[in-house]
Ligand binder design. Structure first.
Ligand code: HEM
Length: 317
């Protein structure tokens, strides 16, 4: 049985940490993958944490040439759209996402991970995420309405059995800063036009009522009349003065993620996504998320020496 990384589908965590690393000069890609596979955060009901790890697609192809999907690539160059608009690339080599009920677990585990990987990789960027009114992003709209259910998501997210990279997935990770002053100055009716859904209950506009440049219109990808979905796990990040959305999109098929970005940027000849007038992409990277079995192939037999221990918080007295 080939299993996708379970953290992709683990909903409901309130605290998130995202860690991006660069391979050290002279360090071996395989040694890094082994060190990551040997990270064994406690997966128990007391220390419970969800984990997803991903690698630059080209790095994964070096260490597992027969288990890498064909053609999957990093965010190699800025994505250029209409009228000089562009989305930056900040591709790194390794991406780790820890999610837990509270931030102390993410913090301790993140610190221990940075130390454990230090011989092989350096931390180049980190972000913390949290949930806002349970399902909303910092535009105030519900984010994820159109997502597939957990019954449907594995088929959309995971590469099919027998294909190279089976059980793996492609992640698009982008940090989007919100221009909240400009956004909040818009009346709700205008915000709804920008998103393409109503604000209180997230009802999608139908037919001619859907503006061609709305976010929903620009992120629908069709092939032969069929809509091609992805699975989004976006979380808010930041402070009162600087904040936004960490876009976390998984798909078995990188092309649909790329198509969505091109449509948002107006690189397909269509209108630029109106939401990009109120949010700015600060980062952009693609990672390959190998299956559990593909990662397990790199683990050192469990002799206890490779555990990353996270202190479990003392209960209040
Ligand atoms: C600032 C960044 C972003 C914000 C705040 C945002 C927010 C939203 C919201 C509020 C919706 C409507 C409700 C829903 O179905 O979830 C939505 C839909 C969607 N977004 Fe985004 N989004 C962002 C970036 C992106 C990016 C970068 C992509 C793809 C590369 C994307 C893909 C989608 C898709 C596929 C849908 C569903 C469209 C449909 O109804 O078929 N979003 N987003």
């Amino acid at each position: 049985m080939i299993t996708g990384q379970t953290g992709i589908f683990a909903l409901g965590d309130a605290a998130h940490g995202f860690f991006e690393f660069a391979l050290r000069d002279g360090a071996a890609a395989e040694a890094l993958v082994k060190a990551v596979a040997d990270l064994r955060p406690p997966r128990t009901t007391v220390g419970g944490v969800n984990v997803v790890v991903g690698f630059r697609p080209e790095l994964w192809r070096i260490v597992a040439p027969h288990d890498a999907p064909a053609g999957v690539h990093g965010f190699d160059e800025p994505l250029r759209g209409a009228g000089g608009y562009s989305m930056p690339t900040t591709q790194a080599d390794l991406w780790i996402w820890y999610a837990a009920a509270a931030y102390d677990i993410v913090f301790d585990l993140g610190s221990a991970t940075v130390d454990a990987l230090a011989p092989h990789a350096t931390l180049v960027r980190e972000a913390t995420g949290w949930s806002y009114k349970h399902t909303r992003d910092l535009t105030g709209f519900e984010d994820g309405t159109e997502n597939p259910t957990l019954y449907e998501a594995p088929q959309i997210v995971l590469i099919e059995d027998d294909a190279p990279g089976a059980g793996g997935s492609v992640l698009l990770f982008q940090q989007w800063r919100h221009l909240s002053k400009d956004w909040n100055a818009l009346p709700d009716e205008r915000q709804e036009q920008v998103i393409g859904r109503t604000k209180p209950d997230s009802v999608e506009f139908e037919g001619d009522a859907m503006p061609a440049d709305s976010h929903v219109a620009r992120t629908k990808v069709h092939v032969n009349g069929d809509e091609l979905p992805i699975f989004r796990r976006n979380v808010p990040y930041g402070t009162v003065s600087e904040h936004g959305t960490l876009f976390i999109g998984f798909s078995a098929d990188q092309r649909r993620l790329q198509r969505m970005l091109e449509q948002m940027a107006g690189a397909d000849g269509g209108p630029r996504d109106a939401l990009t007038r109120y949010t700015t992409p600060l980062t952009g990277a693609y990672y390959f998320i190998p299956s559990v079995e593909a990662l397990r192939a790199f683990t050192t037999p469990d002799d206890g020496d490779h555990e990353v221990q996270v202190p479990v918080a003392e209960p209040p007295r």
